[in-house]
Design a protein. Structure first.
Length: 137
């Protein structure tokens, strides 16, 4: 039970950091701030639903895993190429922008690990139950 509580907290933090990041991207002009930027809303709603409603189910673990992998890509994409040093680091709010990327990377990777672990436990429990049914039949 504790494992799923920790996964829920890590996943919720990742979702929060993604919203901070998208808002900061729009404020900095990295994203145009158009209707197309709202695509993140249904993605985050599905991720949030999986985190809060589908907890401890295989589908919940899979959705959290996919959302966390997407969240993990955000810092990687920003750090590639020129990175986030220079103008961004020296700008107003640069510290928050970079901190959000790092925090998102940590919580997303942690959620990946925990969701894979949850999937593995779910699979092994299901296999054990099937073996037990086969032995009693």
């Amino acid at each position: 039970m504790r494992h799923n509580f920790v996964l829920t907290i890590a996943s919720l933090l990742s979702i929060l950091f993604v919203t901070f990041h998208v808002a900061d991207d729009i404020v900095r002009g990295m994203e145009p701030g158009r209707l197309s930027d709202l695509i993140v809303v249904p993605i985050l709603v599905v991720w949030l639903y999986a985190t809060l409603v589908l907890a401890e189910r295989r589908s919940g673990y899979v959705i959290i895993l996919l959302g966390s992998l997407l969240g993990l890509l955000v810092p990687v994409i920003h750090m590639k190429g020129a990175g986030v040093g220079g103008a961004i680091a020296k700008s107003s709010g640069g510290f928050f922008f970079i901190w959000t990327l790092l925090a998102l990377g940590v919580t997303a990777l942690f959620s990946v690990i925990l969701s894979v672990q949850g999937l593995w436990q779910h699979l092994s429990q299901r296999t054990a139950a099937q073996k037990k049914q086969g032995a009693s039949a």
